[in-house]
Design a binder for this molecule. Structure first.
Ligand SMILES: [Mn+2]
Length: 315
């Protein structure tokens, strides 16, 4: 297991580096990728970035002004990727990863060198330190990228993963010029019309189980098509399900393919979303985890609801 110093030494000795984010990219994996890209470019390295899924429109600013090179990569680095399966269509590259930087306690090793810190509220906290150890100045652009990842992974500093250190790093990023108010408005307040259409259904279609301690929302392809909602509209919907009073586990079942449902689960203490998702081969963090179930909708729902019921028996 590598540490920050080792990760910094490796990156400083490498060139022609390809950075990979996880599929369905969020603010943390993209904030890491964009901040690390900027830092490596500042060190004069050739850098590329790839992700199996497109960067959500509202996060395009993370990559503004970055000039990626056209070359054959020599080294591959993943950021915030807990499992090579999470590379999505880029999973074949998972065999060739030189360095994985991640903050998931459930990290399944796939890279030659691994730096995992599961005390970090966001992988961007790790990149914040790494960039400085590499001797790169935190520019306002890098500060925006890192702040975005930290803010989004902590639900705008509301979740228990926002530690004193998280707040200290965020404060220092503000001093470096991060546009916190603007970023938080874009990430948490601004809703597209498609998101509003989707929310109408979220309110209407939520189902409750186990004495109202488990809330479930099914997002079928038909519903997503009808509302025009895409991946960026879906971000936040799963945490929304958990916000109902009395709910300990909230989850969404999103239709991904024929008899394939992606579960995004959020829990409130003491319930562990991670423990439930692990039973289906998934992973994540204690209060935010995911898994995939291969079954028709009603069966997938019955399976996951039953597993939630098992977990809730303890409380
Ligand atoms: Mn993360």
């Amino acid at each position: 297991m590598a540490d920050m110093k080792r990760a910094a030494d490796l990156l400083q000795s490498w060139d022609r580096i390809l950075i990979l984010s996880h599929r369905s990219p969020d603010g943390d994996t993209l904030g890491c990728a964009s901040a690390l890209s900027r830092a490596l470019l500042a060190l004069g390295k050739s850098v590329q970035f790839r992700c199996a899924d497109p960067v959500p429109k509202n996060m395009a600013y993370l990559f503004a002004g970055i000039e990626y090179g056209d070359f054959e990569p020599e080294r591959i680095v993943t950021v915030d990727v807990a499992d090579k399966a999470l590379l999505g269509a880029l999973e074949p590259l998972g065999e060739r990863v030189d360095l994985a930087i991640d903050h998931h306690g459930t990290h399944r090793p796939f890279a030659r060198e691994i730096w995992v810190d599961d005390t970090a509220g966001a992988a961007c906290q790790m990149i914040y330190k790494l960039v400085q150890v590499m001797g790169v100045e935190i520019t306002p652009e890098i500060a925006d990228c890192l702040y975005t990842g930290i803010s989004t992974d902590t639900g705008c500093f509301r979740y228990s993963n926002a530690s004193p250190e998280t707040h200290r790093i965020a404060a220092s990023l503000l001093e470096c010029g991060a546009r916190a108010a603007e970023i938080n408005r874009a990430m948490f307040e601004t809703k597209s019309r498609a998101a509003v259409e989707l929310l109408k259904h979220v309110y209407g279609d939520m189902e409750f189980y186990h004495d109202g301690r488990c809330a479930v929302l099914c997002l079928t392809r038909a519903l997503l098509e009808e509302t025009g909602a895409g991946e960026s509209e879906l971000t936040g919907v799963s945490s929304f399900v958990r916000q109902v009073e009395g709910v300990l586990i909230g989850l969404t079942l999103q239709e991904r393919g024929e008899n394939e449902y992606k579960v995004s689960m959020r829990s409130n203490a003491p319930a562990s979303a991670q423990a439930v998702c692990a039973r289906f081969g998934g992973g994540g963090h204690k209060f935010a985890a995911g898994c995939t179930i291969h079954a028709p909708l009603e069966e997938a729902k019955a399976q996951i609801v039953a597993a939630c019921g098992e977990a809730l028996k303890a409380f």
